[in-house]
Every structure is written in C-alpha cells, then in structure tokens.
Design a protein around this ligand. Sequence first.
Ligand code: SF4
Ligand code: SF4
Length: 333
Amino acid sequence: MEKTDRSYVRKIRYAVQWAIFFMVAYAGYKFYIFAQALEQGLIPSVSRPPSIEGFMPIGALMALKLWITEGIFDPLHPAALIIFLGALLVSLLLKKSFCGWICPVGTVSDAVWKGGRKIFGKNFAITKYIDYPLRALKYILMAFFLYVIIIKMSPIQIVEFLNTPYWKISDIKLLKFFTEMSLTTKITLITLFGMSLLYKNFWCRYLCPYGGLLGLLSVLSPIKIKRNDAACIQCGLCSKNCPSLLPVDKKDTVRSPECTGCLTCVSHCPAKHVLDTALPARTAITPEIFISGVIALFFGLVLIAKLTGKWHSSITYEELLSLMPIIHTLAHP
Ligand code: SF4
Ligand code: SF4
C-alpha cells in the first residue's frame, strides 16, 4: 500500500473554523457596543457589523422568497440574505461544508464534543432506534418553516413583515435574547451544552433546521466523498473519525445529507488515492482545491454583495434610536 499523511487537512480546517469564529465573535462584540450606545440614547461611535445578520435565517428565508417572486431585495437586513444564499450555494456545490467549515455554531459544537471525549474518555452513541427519529426532528422543523414561509405567506404578507418595526430592530432583539436571558433560555442552553458534551454534534445532528435544509440541498452536490474499494485496506479509520458517524468504509460514495464535507475521513485515511472528494466520474479533487472552493464561493459572494451595495443595512441610526424605547413592546407580528 502506498501511504499518505493528510493530517494537515485537519489543521487547515481548525485554522479556517476558528478564524471565522473569532471574526464572528468580534462582530458580536462590536454589535454589543453599538447596541449599548443606542440604549443610552447616543449615536454609536462604532459601525454596525452586518455579518451578525447571519443569525437571522428565518427572516432571510422570507427575504429570499420575496427576491425570487417579486425581485425585491430586502434593504433592511441584506446581509442576512447574502449569508443565507452563500450557505445554500456552498451546500449545493460542495456538500454541507457551510456546516463543516464556516458555521461558528458547528465550530463550538465540535470543540464541545471533543471536550466531552477528554472528560469521559469517549463520546456516547444513541441507539439507532432513537437516533433515526431524533434525526428527523431537524427536518420536521425545517418543513414547518418552509411550509409557513414558502407555501403560506404571500409576497404581500412578507413585505408587510419586512416593514414592521420588529424586523427593523430584530437584530438588537436577538442580541437581547442572549444578554437578557430568561430562565427557560438558560436551562435550554445548559441542556444543549450537556448533551453536546456527551453526544457528537447534538444540536447539528438532531435539531438545527438550517443544517437540515443545507443537508437536503447537499445531496445534489456533484462533489462527494468517494472511496476506492479495490485499494482500501479496511482499517476503518475513516468511519471511526467521522463526526457525523457515517459508515464511510462501507460506502463507495458518501451520499448522506449528514456529510458536512469536513474532510476528517480523508485526513485520517492512511492509503494514498483511496479516499477523496471527487466529481461524478471519480475525478479526484484535492483537499486544497475543495477548501479553496468553499472559502472562495462563500466569501466571494460576500465581496460581490459589498461591491454592489447589498451588504449594509439602509436603516439609519436615528431610526434605531427612535425604536429603542419601545423595543420591549415589539413582539413577532
Ligand atoms: S464522511 Fe467524511 S467529510 Fe463527510 S462528515 Fe464524515 S468525515 Fe466529514
Ligand atoms: S481510512 Fe477508510 S477508506 Fe481509507 S483505507 Fe481505511 S477503511 Fe479504507
């Protein structure tokens, strides 16, 4: 067997994931300072970081429908739609790699189960009879949002929603959800943290409707993980290390919507030219090209949005200042 060592792929992944995590964390901190100033009735001295709109995917889904059906691009939170489009595009072409490489929740989730493995000496596995129905939960949640927004809401209703004071200030309301946590939120987050310590990617695997949607789209991705059975030495390292618990060593092609394109399996495979990301005709794509593709697609779209004026919100600071005194009275319409 010709040997290979691709452990560097894991190092690149951690570097990409944590670089993005700290970018998002810095944006969150800046947004906190921004909102604090508004709270005190002052015009903020720091600018509002648009990237925080990445945490508003439900509004982004409404904005996507409005853009497709009416050609109207939401000017209030355009970055929410751009980030959503970026995630959809990456998943459609390069597996669910938004989850595996970009999403900061995925990064934290990864770190937590690895922490759990250090504490308990292993991660626990949920029996498949419970695992399957639990995995369906994220698709049920996804179907609910798709039904309500895509089927039930008319473009006029979406325009009405996107023009409410609630939507204008929903980013600050989201911030307050975390800075002024209710007891229920605290208990929920602590429970999720505990479950994520015990089980690999508990939130992503069972509950995230965003990941569910990206996973279904990723089934159409022309690039997939492919294994050359004739050259495989059946060491099982790919399956043992797959964070999505997929039986990689039993498949010629990994088609599962749970595959996040994280390349952990590829990085652990000791045999050369056996496990690769590849196009349908088994044309192998090197990890370097795959990773560059994920980054170029996602951040390329963000760059185009910035250059074409579709990144910064049109809301003025004065408008936000006028809404701050009534923020607690603004409920989801
Ligand atoms: S099959 Fe490979 S790329 Fe897909 S989730 Fe598992 S380890 Fe990651
Ligand atoms: S890591 Fe998986 S694909 Fe690679 S040789 Fe071992 S069993 Fe085969």
